[in-house]
Design a protein around this ligand. Sequence first.
Ligand SMILES: Cc1cc2nc3c(=O)[nH]c(=O)nc-3n(C[C@H](O)[C@H](O)[C@H](O)COP(=O)(O)OP(=O)(O)OC[C@H]3O[C@@H](n4cnc5c(N)ncnc54)[C@H](O)[C@@H]3O)c2cc1C
Length: 296
Amino acid sequence: MLKVYLFIQYKYYKHVYPPDFAYYIPNSIYEAVDFLGRYDNARPLAGGQSLLPMLKLRLLNVDYIVDLNPLKELDYVSLNKDYMEIGALTRYYEVLKSSIVNEKLPLLSMVIRKVGDMQVRNMGTIAGSLANADPASDTCAVTLVFDADIVTTSSSGNRVIKARDFFKGPFTTALAKDEIVTAIRYPILEGYKFNFVKVVRRAGDYPLVSVAVAVKLKDGVIEDLRLGYAGVSQTPYRPFEVEKSFIGKSLKDSIEDIVSKVVEGVNPPSDTRGSSSYRKEVMRNVTRKALREVMG
Ligand SMILES: Cc1cc2nc3c(=O)[nH]c(=O)nc-3n(C[C@H](O)[C@H](O)[C@H](O)COP(=O)(O)OP(=O)(O)OC[C@H]3O[C@@H](n4cnc5c(N)ncnc54)[C@H](O)[C@@H]3O)c2cc1C
C-alpha cells in the first residue's frame, strides 16, 4: 500500500519546483522591455501568483524571468479628473486599502475583495491578472465592465489599449513580446449602481461563473447597462449587443428578458469546475440575482 502511495506521489507530485530559468533584475522599465525584446522565451514577473504555479505545474516553460518588482515607480494609485490610475505593481491588498478606490471605484473593491485568498491578494496584481488573461478571472471581467484603458510600454514607446481590445483568447492578449502593462485607467462611473455575484466551488477559488454589473437608471429606466462575466467564454465576456438592446427599457420589467438573452450565443467551456450547460444555468442565476439586488 505504501509503495503504491509513494509511486503516485512521485508520478503526479514530483514537480514542486519550477524548471530552471535565468533571472534578470532590470533597473528601469526601459531595461525590462529591452530585455524582453532581445531574448526569446522571457516573461515578466509581478506577484508570481499565476506565473509560478504555471511553471511548477509545467503548463509553461520559460528561459528568462524579468522581475518587475524592483520597479517601484509602478506601485501607485492616483485619482485624475475622470479616471483612477492604478500602477502595474500595485498589489490587490493596496488597492483594497485605498480609501479613494473604495469611494470612487466601489465595484472594483467589491470584486477584488473576493479574488482568491489573502495570500493571493497580498502578492497578486491587477496588471498580472490582465496579462495572464485567464477566461475565469474576475479581475479581467470587471476591467471589461469599465472598458478600462490599459497603458503599456514597449521598446517602441507607450500605447493605450481598451480592455475590449485587449483579450484575444484564453491566456492570450494584445501585448507584444517586448511590451508590459504599466498602468490601468478605470473611468469613474458616476450615478451607477453596482453589484458582483460569484459562484465558487470552494472558498478562495476562481469562479465557476461570476458577473460584475454596473447599471445607470433614471426613474427605473436603463440609461446604461454593463455586464462582465468570468468563466463563460474563451475570454472574459461582455454581451455588448444585449446591453445596448435594453437601453430605454424598465429594468424591473426586463430582468427575465436580459437573463434569457445573455446566454444566447455563449458556449461556456466544460471542465473540472462544471459542464457547459451547468455554467449556462449558473450564468442565468447570477445575472438574475445581481440585477434583482441592484434594484434594491
Ligand atoms: C489560489 C489562487 C486563487 C485565485 N483566485 C482568483 C479569483 O478568485 N479570481 C481571480 O480573478 N483571480 C484569481 N486568481 C488569480 C490571481 O488574481 C492572479 O494570479 C494574479 O492577479 C496575477 O497577478 P501577479 O501579479 O501575481 O502576476 P504573475 O503571476 O507575476 O504574472 C502573471 C502573468 O502576467 C505576466 N505579467 C505580470 N505582470 C505583467 C505586466 N505588468 N505586464 C505584462 N505582463 C505581466 C507574467 O509574465 C505572467 O505571464 C487566483 C490565483 C491563485 C493562485
